[in-house]
Design a protein around this ligand. Structure first.
Ligand code: GTP
Ligand code: MG
Length: 371
């Protein structure tokens, strides 16, 4: 712990035990040479000798990992694509809308190439990119928020025009508000005869979302995931919103991101989809995420193709972890091969220690309750 014996302090600061004991006595502390004193007391004694006592920084791998991180200089930053999460009530058309966007934005040559479903994908709109997080991404969104990680730049709130605001619509609004993410409303199912967009706009005002045509600041776009009506407008609005956010990242540093989903594949081992938030991840990089570490053996993009690297805002599947990380875990690439393994070991030890402490506490409680 954080204590030192008077004898050890004597050796450390080169003062005699009697001098130190005298100081301690004046502080109201009856110490002997074998007494343990805490850091604050030792510091008081030392300051009397005009010696500054500093806590030795613990030399953990985790600390080294944190020390490797840095703020990017302005001149190294480049624009990056927006990351968009689709949210909304069950059956309001989130998946249908994403499917429509994906299909309509895939060039003919690629159409057959979409085999992989990696929970996140990037589409091209007039030469610019938008990354969408799919419904599993919604869970990751919650997990990330719980850990204070923020991977989403913009939330698209899907509200069915024939059903209006429902419990999960409200939940989604609260999520977005808590995360301080701007919301764009997609009023979906406009092709339905009983579609009533005005009712949706009316209902949304109760939750602080006032559409632009109603004098507010919320962008609301009527769409249909079936006919495709309004989808181009929606994409345009997303890009407009992204421009206002001035999203940037430094592609010329080690990759950093968040795990969107992960699973164990029988043939290929642990597979994790990561959304790169900064830097570029390369095949061969040493990586750490939660308790998993390893070396990137292969990267697979959202089209199921092997790629050699992935940059900011790109989702990519990683092969090479020694364990399955959890959705919401932060992924970091490290320059030092040993560091990632050390950090993972340390984290495992920490969990083991706290588990053992809990077990010991529980067995003590059992012991006492059974007396
Ligand atoms: P969950 O993932 O279960 O929360 O639902 P979801 O929001 O992803 O909705 P999904 O895309 O599965 O759509 C639900 C139903 O609504 C399906 O039967 C869709 O075919 C239908 N649907 C979705 N969008 C539209 C639309 O624009 N027009 C019409 N007519 N039907 C739609
Ligand atoms: Mg769905």
């Amino acid at each position: 712990g954080d204590t030192i014996t008077v004898r050890d302090l004597t050796e450390k600061i080169g003062k005699s035990a009697s001098e130190i004991i005298k100081k301690l006595f004046l502080l109201g502390n009856m110490a002997t040479i074998n007494s343990e004193i805490d850091f604050d007391t030792a510091q008081l004694v030392c300051s009397d000798f005009e010696i500054t006592l500093e806590r030795k920084q613990e030399q953990t791998a985790e600390a080294a990992l944190v020390a490797e991180d840095f703020d990017d200089a302005e001149e190294n930053l480049q624009p990056r694509p927006p990351v968009v999460t689709i949210m909304g009530h069950v059956d309001h058309g989130k998946t249908s809308l994403l499917d429509y966007i994906r299909k309509s934005r895939v060039t003919a040559g690629e159409a057959g190439g979409i085999t992989q479903h990696i929970g996140a994908y990037t589409v091209d709109v007039d030469g610019r990119k938008i990354t969408f997080l799919d419904t599993p991404g919604h869970e990751a969104f919650t997990a990330m928020r719980a850990r204070g990680t923020q991977a989403t730049d913009i939330a698209v709130l899907v509200v069915a025009a024939d059903d209006s605001v429902m419990p999960q619509t409200v939940e989604s609004i609260n999520h977005a508000k808590a995360a301080e993410v701007p919301v764009i409303v997609a009023i979906n199912k406009m092709d339905k005869p009983d579609a009533n967009p005005d009712r949706v706009k009316q209902d949304l005002t109760q939750y602080g979302l006032v559409c632009e045509d109603w004098g507010g600041e919320t962008i609301c776009v009527p769409v249909s995931a079936v006919t495709g009506q309004g989808v181009d407008d929606l994409l345009e609005m997303i890009l407009l919103q992204a421009d206002m956010l001035q999203l940037q990242a430094n592609p010329n540093r080690l990759g950093k991101g968040v795990i969107i989903e992960a699973k164990l594949d029988k043939a290929r081992g642990p597979l994790a989809t990561v959304l790169l938030q900064n830097g570029t991840l390369h095949v061969g990089d040493s990586i750490i995420a939660g308790l998993a570490s390893g070396k990137v053996r292969a990267l697979i993009n959202d089209k199921g193709e092997r790629v050699s690297e992935a940059g900011p805002s790109m989702p990519v599947e990683i092969m090479g972890f020694d364990d399955v990380p959890s959705a919401g875990d932060e992924m970091i690439a490290v320059g030092d091969d040993h560091l990632s393994r050390q950090v993972a070991d340390e984290r495992r030890e920490k969990i083991k220690a706290s588990r053992e402490a809990t077990m010991a506490k529980m067995s003590m409680e059992n012991l006492f309750s059974s007396i």
